[in-house]
Write a protein that binds this ligand. Sequence first.
Ligand SMILES: [Zn+2]
Ligand SMILES: [Zn+2]
Length: 162
Amino acid sequence: MPKDELDSLMAGLCRELLALGIPVSGRLLPQVQVNTRAKRRLGCCFYQGGRYWIEVSDRVLGDEALLRQTLVHELLHTCPGCRDHGKRWKAYAGLVSEKLGFKIERTVSTGAQDGPLRHEEVKYILECQSCGARIERMRMSKAVKAPWRYRCRCGGKLRRVL
Ligand SMILES: [Zn+2]
Ligand SMILES: [Zn+2]
C-alpha cells in the first residue's frame, strides 16, 4: 500500500471515530510510520512533546482488515485517559466493535510459529550513543530510570530519547 493511501486510510478512520463521538486527539501527526524491524508488533502509539504518532508493522500492510483494526486500536490510545488498555479505552473499543462491526483485539494469531502479533505500547526508548541501537520498553524499569548506569551490547552509553 502506497504511503499516501496509508495516511488517508488513517484520516478516514479518524473521521469515523470522531463521528461516533470518540475524541481522537487533534495532536496526532497525520503521517503513519511503518516499522520493518519489530517483528511481533502490530502497531504502536507514541507520545512525545505533546504530539502523538502512530506506527504500524509492515506485516499488517497486506491485510486491510488487520491494518484497519490496528490503526483504530492505536487511534483510541490518543483519546484522553487512554494511554493504557484501561476502562475508558475498553469502552471506546467496545463502541467501535458495536458500531463499525470490527473487533479491536490486543493480540492477533497469525498461525505462524513465532507466535501471535501484539499491540505493544512503547512508552520509553533508550538509544545507544555509539551505535544508535534502540531499546524499546513498554514500562518503567531500572534502565529507563537510570540509563547512564547501563551499557549497550556494543559498550556504548545509553540515553533516554522517549
Ligand atoms: Zn494498545
Ligand atoms: Zn551500541
